[in-house]
Design a protein around this ligand. Structure first.
Ligand SMILES: Nc1ncnc2c1ncn2[C@@H]1O[C@H](COP(=O)(O)OP(=O)(O)OP(=O)(O)O)[C@@H](O)[C@H]1O
Ligand SMILES: [Mg+2]
Length: 415
């Protein structure tokens, strides 16, 4: 980021230059209002750091001019003599912050980071929004149906907050992709996204995996281990299959969420927790509570923002878009020159109920791609890949594209 420093005191100026360089910015500095005016045009800075009292003018005025020329420019006003009037005037001119001399590098760092964070986030959100309009895509989530547009809307809103999110949806409906998208759109995007599947690990080990342990805290604990919570510090922790976590551990998790501190297994030190929690389940949480698989108090904590993903058969109009999206991704990897679909092949895809949801569709597209000889994927290839039993009889009239399909016998587990 190009930073214009307008400061007549040489020592302060050099100090600022050094700090900006340390923070990864590109500093340019001048000592007068006149030079500042010239520099604005020549280097087009994104950030201005201006001293109020200059030999030939007023720094706040420069900032005002700079922002008139381009409202996206940010400013930090610094001054030796603090006064409420100055502060108010600086903020009116659009300053991002107002700092008193002598500046401490740490102070500048906080403001600079906040600013770059905000910029990064704004650019990211803008890019994604444009992409969504063009391609029906938010992050890695694809869909133009009304159901998905509503999901996109919630995701954008949720991403701005720090509140816990509980994502529900059948297996393969995109819960993990949705969680990653929320993270990517949030202020935490520069920090880690850590995914942990509670169903993939023995219940006795979950606690130490999540919260970490101290050396010697149990047989086999030869080294200190940092848990997933700590790994996700500052970022997002995605807890998948939350109902597979034992009841006792659910109590512990609840306590961590309430106190925002945690203790490693066998440890005495309390660690502060700054982690956004997103949890997911492919069961109906209400049923899970009734069956004693999910504590009700924890449920309320996790479910601040509920996000219920539709099954693929509830949004069959997205099938062509998704199928084409996956074909392109596969073509990028395999380069076999399979360039598209015969319409009848797409129709067939839309006639299937997709009990495995988007994941199943992706797999079918991949197999169809591999089996295709020419340029276009043909219906007979698709025909051979989807079971007849799970097709929807073609409706005589086109009232509803697909019936809402309930799958028998609980959700299929991944792998
Ligand atoms: N809306 C979507 N757009 C694009 N791809 C998607 C979408 N939803 C799911 N996918 C694809 O389907 C795959 C499965 O999604 P994901 O792993 O998020 O499902 P899940 O809901 O977490 O399933 P499970 O309950 O089995 O863990 C992803 O790898 C991704 O390729
Ligand atoms: Mg998952």
């Amino acid at each position: 980021m190009k930073v214009l420093i307008v400061e007549d005191d040489l020592a302060t100026r050099k100090g600022l230059e050094e700090s900006i360089k340390d923070l990864g910015g590109e500093p340019y500095s001048v000592g007068t209002a006149k030079e500042a005016g010239k520099a604005l045009n020549e280097i087009d800075p994104r950030l201005l750091i201006v001293d109020i009292h200059l030999p030939d003018g007023d720094g706040i005025e420069i900032l005002r001019l700079a922002r008139e020329g381009d409202p996206d420019r940010e400013g930090i006003v610094i001054t030796g003599q603090g006064s409420i009037d100055n502060a108010i005037e600086a903020l009116r001119a659009g300053a991002f912050d107002y700092l008193l001399k002598p500046l401490r590098p740490a102070q500048l760092e906080v403001v600079f980071n906040r600013l770059t964070d905000r910029r990064r986030l704004e650019t990211e959100v803008e890019t994604l929004r444009a992409e969504l309009q063009e391609t029906g895509r938010l992050g890695d989530l694809v869909g133009r149906s009304e159901a998905m547009s509503r999901i996109f809307e919630v995701i954008r809103r949720v991403a701005r907050s720090n509140a816990p999110v509980l994502i529900t949806g059948a297996s393969g409906s995109g819960k993990e992709v949705a969680a990653r998208t929320i993270h990517r759109l949030s202020r935490r995007a520069g920090k880690p996204f850590v995914a942990f599947n509670c169903g993939a690990i023995s219940p006795t080990l979950i606690e130490s995996e999540l919260f970490g342990h101290e050396r010697g805290s149990f047989t086999g604990a030869e080294k200190r281990r940092v848990g997933y919570f700590e790994e996700a510090m500052g970022g997002t922790l995605f807890l998948d299959e939350i109902t597979e976590m034992g009841a006792e551990l659910q109590v512990k998790l609840l306590r961590v969420l309430e106190d925002r501190t945690l203790r490693r297994v066998g440890g005495s030190q309390e660690l502060k927790v700054d982690v956004r929690l997103i949890s997911a389940t492919n069961r109906d949480p209400r049923d899970a509570i009734k069956e004693g698989k999910l504590r009700e108090d924890l449920y309320y904590r996790l479910n601040v923002f509920p996000l219920a993903l539709p099954t693929l058969s509830e949004r069959p109009e997205d099938i062509p878009l998704l199928a084409e999206h996956f074909r392109k991704l596969i073509e990028e990897q395999e380069h076999a020159g399979v360039a598209g679909w015969e319409q009848a092949a797409i129709d067939l895809l839309q006639s299937y109920t997709w009990p495995g949801n988007v994941r199943e569709l992706r797999n079918v597209v991949h197999r169809a791609y591999v089996m295709t000889e020419g340029k276009l994927i043909k219906p007979d290839v698709v025909e051979s890949l989807i079971p007849k039993a799970d097709r929807i009889a073609p409706a005589p009239t086109k009232k509803k594209p697909a019936a809402k399909v309930q799958r028998a016998g609980g959700a299929a587990r991944r792998r």
